[in-house]
Structures are given as C-alpha cells and as structure tokens.
Ligand binder design. Structure first.
Ligand code: CA
Length: 224
C-alpha cells in the first residue's frame, strides 16, 4: 500500500513517513501543493494525507483539482482548524475524512486503515479459515463444502472478520467498514446482523468461528 503525504512541515512529514513506514506502508512526501497534486495525478496511490495549510497551492485547491480529474483516491485532510465550516468544506470538496492537528499517530493510523478498507476494490481472492472458504470475487462462502446463503451485508461482514482473523474488531469499526457509516452510539445494527450471520455460519457446525469479546467487539478465530 502506497501513501502520499502532502505536508510542508518537515518534522510532521518525516514523523508520518516513519510511523506509516513501520506499519508497512510505502510513503512518498511532497512538501508543497503543486508537487503533491502532480504526484497524486502521475502515480497510483492508495491514499493521500493532505495538509490544508500549504504554500502556493493550499490543500483545498489540491483537493478540488484532484476531484475535478475524477480521481477517487481517498483523501485524509489534516487541519489545524477545528471549525465546523472547515470540516464541511473539506467533505464537500471530496475529502473522505479529516483529522485535526495535533493528533495522535495511532488515531491517524486507524483513520488511514479505515479509508483503505472502505475504498479498496474487491480483489479476487479466496480466504480460508478452518473449513470456511470465502470466494470474494463470486461472493460465495462455504463451510465444509456446504454453501452458506448470505445476504450482501452478511457476506461483507463475514469477509471483514475473516480478513482480520485473530484481530478483535470493534462495533464502530465494523459499522464503518460494512455500512460505511459513522455511528458512535447505535451499533445495534452490528449485533443484529452478527447474530444472523452466526446462525448461518456457526450454528450448524460444531467448530465455532465467530466469537464475542466482551466490551471490545468481535473476533474470528478457530479457538478462543
Ligand atoms: Ca502546513
């Protein structure tokens, strides 16, 4: 995964490059808006982290030019301004998310991963865990060779869990990834769907794959 950081503050740019690099991303830095826009258009990035306050061409201009070209590369805006109208402006111009400076790196990382999850096109792959097999291209899942009849959302939910097997996923994260929504409080929809999914995926089989982690969320693994 390749990320472009457009940021004129050298320290911040380097800090992001180091942190994201350690998390397995390849990071390119552009110190100005013009250079950043050029790179974003020329190269194929999976996400762009864009500072708003830049010399010459600011983040707003970069963003609107990028979207004018129909580039759908996900953009995370970095802003020092925590004003509602600035956020709205960013989202209207086509930003996918924003983060107010100063921020914790862990939060930035979580936001970037969330962006990538939402935007990554469905890849052709088969995910396997024990006797569960998921064909993401054909949207088919089987357990022990038996076809599971899932709705689209249930299938997405199952794929998400399987892709992150062994990792506890919070309800908020699941809600964002599967429903593309930000619900802070009402994650009931996750529980309801999870119950239905488990009745199809786990109930008929002795080996349970989906587990509830109290106060944390859900995890898929072969034993718990
Ligand atoms: Ca700046």
């Amino acid at each position: 995964m390749r990320i472009l950081v457009i940021e004129d503050e050298f320290k911040t740019a380097k800090f992001l490059q180091k942190g994201l690099g350690e998390s397995g991303f390849v990071v390119d830095i552009a110190a100005g808006g013009q250079e950043g826009l050029y790179l974003a258009l020329e190269l194929d990035f999976d996400a762009v982290i864009l500072d708003v306050m830049l010399p010459e061409m600011d983040g707003w201009q970069v963003l609107s030019r990028l979207r004018q070209t129909k580039r759908q590369t996900p953009v995370l805006l970095l802003t020092a301004l925590d004003a509602v109208h600035e956020r709205v402006r960013g989202l209207e111009l086509g930003a996918d998310d924003y983060l107010v400076k100063p921020f914790a790196f862990s939060e930035l990382l979580a936001r970037v991963r969330s962006l990538l999850r939402r935007s990554s096109p469905r890849q052709q792959e088969t995910i396997r865990l024990a006797d569960l097999e998921i064909d993401t291209m054909r949207q088919r899942a089987t357990r022990a060779g038996q076809r599971l009849h899932l709705t689209t959302k249930e299938f997405l939910l199952l794929s998400l869990l399987a892709r992150h097997a062994g990792e506890v996923l919070s309800r908020t994260l699941i809600a964002e990834a599967v429903w593309d929504m930000n619900f802070d409080s009402d994650t009931n929809v996750v529980d309801v769907n999870m119950r239905r999914l488990r009745s199809k995926v786990d109930e008929p089989f002795s080996l349970k794959l989906i587990h509830t982690v109290r106060g944390a969320g859900y995890v898929m693994e072969t034993e718990r």
